[in-house]
Design a protein around this ligand. Structure first.
Ligand code: SF4
Length: 369
């Protein structure tokens, strides 16, 4: 099994709340994310989807609030904006392959969230709530290299309020719940500091709005916001000093089940590999799937499929079907001998009942010696 070489890590120049959270968990992952973003020349669908959302919200103030069909008006705005974006992408040789937009990850979720926000904006026009100061606007602190894009900033009677929408839900477990709210609090405090720099006033509060309409108020204490930024500055400086000193990637890696489980670089991270030389068969705590190769076939389309078998804890065995494996991504799979133990990293496992899996953009197949 050969690991692909990691991209050269560079000092961090811009730090967002998401990068800060990643930097705290694993500096290597943060550095790899930055390197990947710098390598990518094609537009990212996530950024383009953000542009569509931004454009629709800008137009939301034009919705006729006297009419009852606010939703229909918002849907028409969304559809028109998507058509405009499709034309722009069609005209770009590099980005044309990103079409159709409706197939993008989180497309329908973003659409639904945006339509709801348009309805909110239109139905509450005239109240303080509708005084939108900024929506999906990127703020940057030039002096410190911090950046952030809060979903919405409103001006209410008592001052500025930062709103951030979250598609996830609060965990049931109390400790996890508090951890989640704390991470959101840190994010709002981070935003508050850079928004204050722009507007020369501290926002008076923040709100996390969940898709199920729950609203979590976040108080903004300027002292705490300054602590968050100070910590961010320290972590950034430490990371950059390590890069300047030539510390190898393994010296930046912070391996743990929680950190690595959702990391998109598991497949190329030598630390993860070193800590997991003999993965357990079946699905594991990292969301990976492992087993022995039973059969590899290549269809007429050139896409391969594979059957692997894993032993369960009760001694019985389970076969898994893995399909849609392109030779461009995974090489000639037919070279894999029957009985080879493989580990499938970052695959989409359809469900534990169907025992099927498909590759994602980050999928890697490891041959385990
Ligand atoms: S796999 Fe784990 S140790 Fe490696 S970069 Fe990702 S989070 Fe860090």
């Amino acid at each position: 099994m050969n690991l692909q070489p990691l991209p050269k890590l560079q000092p961090i120049t811009k730090l967002s709340p998401t990068m800060l959270a990643t930097l705290k968990q694993c500096p290597l992952r943060a550095g790899l994310r930055q390197a990947k973003a710098q390598q990518t020349t094609r537009s990212s669908t996530a950024a383009l989807l953000g542009t569509i959302v931004h454009r629709v919200l800008e137009k939301a103030r034009k919705i006729n609030s006297e009419s009852e069909n606010l939703r229909t008006q918002a849907e028409t705005m969304w559809d028109k904006t998507v058509v405009e974006m499709e034309k722009e992408l069609q005209a770009s040789l590099l980005d044309r392959c990103l079409l159709p937009i409706t197939k993008w990850k989180r497309y329908f979720l973003s659409r639904e969230r945006t339509l709801r926000r348009c309805e909110e904006i239109a139905s509450k026009r005239g109240t303080y709530e509708t005084q939108v100061v900024a929506s999906e606007r990127k703020f940057s602190s030039i002096t410190d290299g911090f950046t952030g894009k809060p979903d919405l900033i409103l001006r209410r009677e008592n001052g500025l309020v930062i709103i951030d929408y979250k598609s996830g839900e609060l965990p049931d477990d109390l400790e996890d719940r508090e951890g989640k709210i704390e991470s959101w609090r840190q994010q709002i405090l981070f935003y508050a500091s850079i928004v204050k720099e722009e507007f020369e006033e501290w926002p008076v509060g923040g709100e996390i709005r969940l898709l199920n309409t729950d609203v979590i108020p976040i108080s903004i204490d300027p002292t705490k916001a300054e602590i968050v930024l100070k910590e961010a500055q320290t972590l950034k400086e430490e990371f950059n000093a390590n890069i300047e000193a030539g510390v190898p990637p393994s010296g930046l890696a912070q391996y743990s089940i929680d950190n690595c489980r959702f990391c998109e670089f598991k497949g190329t991270c030598s630390t993860f590999w070193r800590e997991n030389p003999q993965p357990s068969p079946g699905t594991d705590e990292y969301g990976c799937l492992s087993g022995q190769v039973l059969k590899v076939t290549t269809g007429k389309s050139g896409k391969g499929s594979m059957v692997i078998i894993s032993e369960k804890s009760d001694g019985s065995s389970q076969e898994w079907q893995i399909s849609n494996l392109s030779a461009d991504e995974f090489g000639n799979l037919e070279e894999l001998n029957q009985g080879t133990f493989v580990r499938l990293i970052d695959f989409k496992i359809d469900s534990d009942d169907s025992y099927r899996a498909r590759p994602t953009q980050n999928s890697v197949i490891w041959e385990v010696p």
